[in-house]
Design a protein around this ligand. Structure first.
Ligand SMILES: NC(=O)C1=CN([C@@H]2O[C@H](COP(=O)(O)OP(=O)(O)OC[C@H]3O[C@@H](n4cnc5c(N)ncnc54)[C@H](O)[C@@H]3O)[C@@H](O)[C@H]2O)C=CC1
Ligand SMILES: O=C(O)C(=O)COP(=O)(O)O
Length: 526
């Protein structure tokens, strides 16, 4: 049973995929509501109002996924979520049109003084001479950030006869040409534009990117728009430049603090504002809610998600192909972790045969997840596997090899510690399942599941019998048993499986037997 918290106002109609789940309880309350038991929540859905910070995440140990029903994830501490292995997803294109339309509406309103004039009419005033506007036609619009919203705004503005200059370091010349915009350095956008609008995410790099220095490079009489994020345009600097009459006006949908409270910009009649309404249309809200609700459901039902911020996208088709290897990789990581008794400094994984053509990086992360399970307190999964390895100084290597040891596919994992190293190899056989075919120098063949006992011993008569006798004396049923050796009379291994975990006292007796080199209890769950 899953518990899903919808912490902000999200379209009920869009939430249908979640509401229809019969194994989920949906709670629609603020995360700060004392009635909400944060510790049981599996999935959290938010818009921009809820601040998902480390403090909140620490109260949600069961949380597996955070869904942002919108684009900007600056209200979510993605690094903190990643460290905790929590997947973060958003709805990247559900509100693009609405936000582009809102930006355009703000631009048109600003240039024609519509909000100010509207208010005077309602106050029974008729001040036609106070509101001389400016045409959009023939003006240069400077767009900083030419992503989805910037692009849709450019299309609409071109239809109004505007010239478009764009600054976006990730925009290629080809794409700019296709869109009919001029791609140029930021200073050129600042110097030549009549109206400047920002459409970047709020990041360390974009925060305050329109500061006093940038404003000083603009034309006198320039207009500014911010329908992206408060803070991209420095509010104090903007107020100063409006105050001295350099900036002719500004239209703002977003603020450094929301709600903004007292703000130096509000005293200017040529500043118009909306309360973060860019995405507030019926259509956008239905789109974003449906997108995230579908993704959260897919995720909870163990399927891949496409719009993750901290996990590489993987299609359902590809995921279906790697699913068996994914499980086997986790199992191998988990087995290695129980066989090598020290901390490791290196984990290298070699893929051969058909598996080498699949998304191997996902499998590498699964191997690490298996390795860290039970070694560290944090839940490690594909989201935080590489980060966790890095934090612990473990080098992770991935190789493709042409030698698949006669199998259609195989994965070889080697872990190296200071003193020891351990190698395991597995193959997946269609209609038969995963098999471990090599353990630290020995060919073998066993199913990596359940309660296993891995014994390294000398290949001498009676060893297997002595092990069997102790198990028999304690009424322990051996489900399967596999043996392997390099040469007669040398070292050998046996791997046994049981229906129940082996008790401590039985295990202790086995460790005392002659000719046993090492003995490991291994549990492979999932
Ligand atoms: N007011 C509202 O209600 C809404 C606001 N937004 C905001 O709008 C932003 C943009 O949304 P989309 O266009 O959908 O995102 P997007 O990811 O499609 O586009 C962002 C663009 O900014 C560019 N960029 C990143 N760093 C840059 C930099 N330092 N300088 C110049 N360009 C840079 C990227 O290359 C990308 O092309 C979102 O991050 C969000 O904060 C989004 C939706 C609604
Ligand atoms: O999608 C975005 O980035 C937005 O800013 C929309 O925010 P909201 O969901 O309306 O709080």
């Amino acid at each position: 049973m899953f518990t899903i918290l919808i912490a902000d106002a999200i379209s009920e109609e869009g939430l249908q995929p979640l509401l229809e789940m019969d194994n989920a309880t949906i709670i629609q309350k603020k995360a700060s509501d004392p009635e909400v038991s944060l510790e049981v929540i599996d999935a959290l859905l938010v818009r921009s109002a809820t601040k998902v910070n480390d403090e909140l995440l620490n109260k949600m140990p069961n949380l597996k996924i955070i869904a942002r029903a919108g684009v900007g994830v600056d209200n979510i501490e993605v690094d903190a979520a990643t460290r905790k292995g929590i997947v973060v997803i958003n709805a990247p294109d559900g509100n693009t049109i609405s936000t582009a339309e809102h930006t355009f509406a703000m631009m048109a309103s600003l240039m024609r003084n519509i909000p100010q004039a509207h208010q005077t009419v309602k106050n029974l005033e008729w001040k036609r001479n106070n509101y001389l506007g400016t045409e959009l036609f023939g003006k240069t619009l400077g767009i900083i950030g030419m992503g989805r919203i910037g692009t849709e705004l450019a299309k609409r503005s071109k239809a109004f006869g505007m010239m478009i200059k764009v600054f976006d370091p990730f925009l290629t010349k080809d794409r700019a040409a296709k869109l009919g915009v001029e791609s140029c350095p930021i200073d050129s956008v600042l110097q030549d534009s009549d109206i400047i609008t920002v459409h970047t995410p709020l990041t360390a790099e974009t925060k305050g990117m329109i500061n006093e220095q940038a404003l000083s490079k603009t034309k006198k009489g320039v207009f500014f728009l911010n329908c992206a994020r408060g803070g991209i345009i420095d509010e104090q600097a903007l107020a100063k430049y409006i105050g001295i009459g350099h900036v002719a006006g500004a239209a703002l949908d977003v603020f450094e603090t929301e709600p903004p409270g007292e703000n130096p910009l509000f005293k200017f009649d040529n500043v118009i504002a909306t309360p973060h309404l860019g995405a507030s249309t019926k259509e956008a809200q239905l789109n974003v809610a449906t997108q995230v609700a579908r993704e959260v459901r897919l995720f909870l039902e163990n399927n891949p998600v496409s719009n993750s911020i901290n996990l590489p996208a993987i299609s359902k088709d590809i995921f279906e192909k790697i699913r068996p290897f994914h499980q086997m990789s986790k199992q191998m990581g988990y087995i290695i972790s129980q066989c090598i008794k020290e901390g490791i400094r290196e984990l290298s994984i070699t893929y051969s045969g058909t598996v080498a053509e699949l998304e191997t990086s996902y499998l590498t992360k699964a191997t690490l997840a298996g390795f860290f399970k039970n070694r560290i307190a944090v839940n490690v999964n594909e989201v935080n596997a590489l980060l966790t390895a890095k934090e612990r100084g473990i080098t992770v290597g991935e190789k493709i090899s042409a030698d698949s040891y006669g199998y259609a596919n195989c994965i070889t994992v080697t872990a190296k510690g200071e003193e020891t190293s351990f190698t395991i190899r597995g193959t997946y056989i269609e209609h038969y399942g995963p098999r471990i075919v090599y353990l630290n120098g020995f060919n073998i063949d066993f199913l990596p599941e359940g309660n296993l006992l891995y014994i390294q011993h000398m290949d001498r008569p009676g060893v297997i019998g002595r092990v069997g006798r102790i198990l028999g004396d304690y009424s322990i049923n051996i489900a399967t048993m596999q043996v392997g050796r390099k040469e007669a009379g040398g070292e050998a291994i046996m791997v046994l499986s049981f229906d129940k975990p082996l008790e401590d006292d039985t295990f202790a007796l086995l460790t005392k037997l002659d000719d046993i080199v090492s003995i490991n209890r291994i549990t492979v769950s999932e």
